[in-house]
Write a protein that binds this ligand. Structure first.
Ligand code: DCP
Ligand code: MG
Length: 351
């Protein structure tokens, strides 16, 4: 069973504008061209939404609904910069981060070691860090697949979290409107309604022949989704630059004698993570060790390396590193730095 988190920033463009101009706080705000032009809104904050103002609405109509609406032109470069900061946080928790837009992403945390693998706690931590480090609020959904995680992130919006546990999927879907199914737009929804089907519960009670007659090749997929089955993987479009594991000691350790006994276990953990990603094997560019001393100073040492390092390779590098360190050690990390993807390497050879 997968553990998927869907993160969606709250009224993203409007929130970024308000962050840089706090005077906008509490005022109805829309992002888009002027009301006397033909432009439509990119988004509106929640104050404006109370008046019925929505994304994709003509600015002129928005101002009619909410006469005191403040309209600002979009600053895409700024939103992109903020978005990068959010994604940098997401990538701390998993290699599998799939961006859907500047403000939205899926994260597969099935194999994550953070918070003993609790996706709920990871999602809370992500929200906390986004607020702390970027100064923006995000909503999160946690579920066993992409479809449900995305529905969940919308459930307690804004600034909310909603979790659908595997054993809650069935009851959650019973009354869920079919409009919420991934890929069901206005036309398909209307068709469902004409057939007397309004919820996923009603959909999954129909037999497949009936659905096939009305929805053709999509019938099975829609049926599966209504049961909460969604096998789509989280696909990250970026390649990891390194793969390292680390350990913070309960009590600071002094010197090699005390540190080395910890290495075999750490190496085993690194090896097990590395072996799950065979495509990384020919991308190793260097072996890296990292330590944090008792005064929280962090330093690394790296040597060029190709292939798969052994425990001895890490021991050797760590030994040479520790010759220069006198303080007690709080944390040790080992791992590899990676080349770009194979495609990058080919391009590098050509140019
Ligand atoms: N966007 C856009 N045009 C649209 C929809 C969205 O330009 N028709 C932009 C502006 C949004 C951003 O994408 O700020 C994110 O889209 P969302 O649908 O997630 O909307 P918001 O983040 O603004 O609001 P919410 O709090 O509902 O997520
Ligand atoms: Mg959003």
């Amino acid at each position: 069973m997968r553990k998927i988190i869907h993160i969606d920033m709250d009224c993203f463009y409007a929130a970024v504008e308000t962050k840089y101009n706090p005077q906008l706080k509490g005022k109805a705000l829309g992002i888009g061209g002027p009301a006397d032009s033909r432009s439509v809104l990119c988004t509106a904050n929640y104050e404006a939404r109370r008046y019925g103002v929505r994304a994709a609405m003509p600015s002129s109509k928005a101002v009619r609904l909410c006469p005191h609406l403040i309209l600002l032109p979009p600053q895409f470069d700024l939103y992109k910069k903020e978005s990068q900061r959010v994604f940098e946080i997401l990538k701390r928790f998993s290699d599998k981060v799939e961006p859907l837009s500047l403000d939205e992403a899926y994260i597969d945390v099935t194999d994550s070691k953070h918070f003993k693998g609790s996706a709920t706690l990871i999602a809370q931590e992500i929200r906390r860090l986004i607020f702390l480090e970027v100064g923006l609020t995000a909503s999160a959904g946690v579920a066993p697949n992409k479809f449900l995680a995305k529905v969940a992130s919308d459930w307690n919006k804004p600034n909310g979290l909603f979790v659908i546990k595997p054993d809650e999927v069935e009851s959650f879907l019973l009354d869920l409107p079919i409009e919420k199914i991934f890929g069901v737009g206005k036309v398909t929804a209307e068709k469902f309604h004409q057939l007397g089907i309004k919820t996923c519960g009603e959909l999954r009670n129909k037999d497949l022949f009936f659905l096939k007659r009305h929805f053709g090749s999509r019938a099975f997929e829609l049926y599966e989704l209504s049961l909460g089955i969604d096998k789509r993987e989280v696909i990250s479009h970026w390649e990891p630059k390194s793969l390292t594991v680390e350990e913070t000691f309960d009590k600071d350790v002094g010197g090699l004698d005390e540190l080395l006994p910890h290495l075999p276990r750490l190496y085993e953990e690194w090896q097990s993570r590395f072996s799950k990603k065979p495509h990384l094997q020919n991308r190793v560019a260097g072996v890296v060790v990292k330590i944090k001393t008792t005064d929280f100073q962090q330093s690394t040492k790296e040597v060029a390396f190709a292939g798969v390092p052994t425990l001895q390779d890490f021991v050797k590098l760590l030994t040479s590193k520790l010759l220069q360190v006198e303080k007690k050690i709080r944390l040790v990390g080992i791992g590899v730095r990676l080349h770009g993807s194979e495609k990058d390497q080919q391009l590098a050879l050509i140019s």
